[in-house]
Design a protein around this ligand. Structure first.
Ligand code: GUE
Length: 299
């Protein structure tokens, strides 16, 4: 029988992180502070409805006050920007998230820039993106999916120093911040995307000690892409016709080759939500000048 990769249990790690968040939220409430998260949801994209409901549930259980503001897909950009301005000025709100995707007529960049960097829980504001890219040492919010991936790697004691990492996908949501975080941890990182030729992708993947794939292509990564012992992180969430979820990794094929691998579902997805709550609590503490114990979130 072949050796099988160790499963990285994102669901379990997320649960542990949410318990830490709850401890800090309780401490904050003793200081009279309730962490407040506002989620803006536009239109009726079914996947977004599910994620937002999951966020609401997780927030409530962790002692974070979440409110979802729902709008019809016909809302104008000006109305949305007005709402963001109101939330920016609202002392009960510590964190603002505008759920993607947005309708065509709304410019996502305008919203990313409208959210004050201090409440930018997604880390999409150019000021926060710039700080990440510049490896600045002060606190600033970082995109939750790649930050959650780093927490998983840390939890699994994956040492990145001097390692080779390949990231597939260059979105502001995942690929680019993932690149920066891995580079800051002293890995040598390559960022691949849809225009990378197949043969180049295969060759580069075969060199990688760590693979993070966020391409949105079911089973893109298969057995001969993976170096024996590599760590494989699957950020893909592809809803198939029969309703089941597929990652971007051919799990069955890769599991006997990798040393560690994340499942879909139950891998990166739950970590994204737990990390969103982690960031919300950090922002709340800062807004109210409450000092949280350094490293409280280490798990
Ligand atoms: N401004 C913004 N910030 C985001 O962070 C953001 C966004 N927009 N738009 C959409 C993506 C996607 N995303 C997910 C969150 C949780 C799961 C999750 O919990 N997944 C579960 C399964 C859920 C299911 O069954 O569908 C799992 O993988 O186990 C997935 C995907 C956050 N996103």
């Amino acid at each position: 029988m072949k050796d099988m990769a160790e499963l990285i249990d994102g669901k379990q790690i997320a649960k542990t992180l949410r318990a830490k968040v709850k401890e800090q939220a309780t401490y904050l409430s003793e200081q009279g502070v309730t962490p407040g998260l506002a989620v803006i949801l536009v239109g009726d994209d079914p996947a977004s409805q599910i994620y937002v409901r999951n966020k609401e549930r997780a927030a409530e259980k962790a002692g974070v006050q979440a409110q979802t503001i729902r709008y019809d897909a016909t809302i104008t950009e000006a109305e949305l920007l007005q709402k963001v301005a109101t939330l920016n000025a609202d002392p009960a709100i510590d964190a603002i998230l505008v759920q993607s995707p947005l309708p065509e007529h709304i410019n996502e960049q305008h919203l990313q820039e409208a959210i004050t960097p201090e409440k930018d829980v997604d880390g999409f504001h150019p000021e926060n993106v710039g700080k990440l890219f510049a490896n600045r040492h002060e606190y600033f919010p970082i995109a939750n999916t790649p930050r959650g991936v780093m927490t998983m790697l840390q939890h699994e004691q994956v040492d990145l120093y001097g390692k080779t990492a390949v990231v597939i996908g260059r979105s502001i949501l995942v690929g680019k911040p993932m690149f920066s975080l891995l580079e800051a941890a002293d890995a040598s990182v390559s960022l691949l995307h849809r225009h990378t030729p197949d043969d180049v992708r295969h060759t580069m993947l075969q060199q990688a000690d760590v693979i993070v794939v966020a391409a949105g292509v079911p089973k893109l990564i298969t057995a001969n892409d993976v170096k024996p012992g590599a760590v494989v992180i699957d950020v893909g969430i592809n809803r198939m016709e029969d309703g089941h979820l597929e990652g971007d990794v051919d799990f069955e094929a890769v599991e006997p080759i990798a040393s560690k691998i994340t499942p879909v579902p139950g891998g990166v997805g739950p970590m994204t939500i737990a990390t969103l709550l982690e960031t919300t609590v950090e922002l709340a503490a800062r807004h109210h000048d409450v000092e949280l114990e350094a490293g409280w979130q280490n798990i």
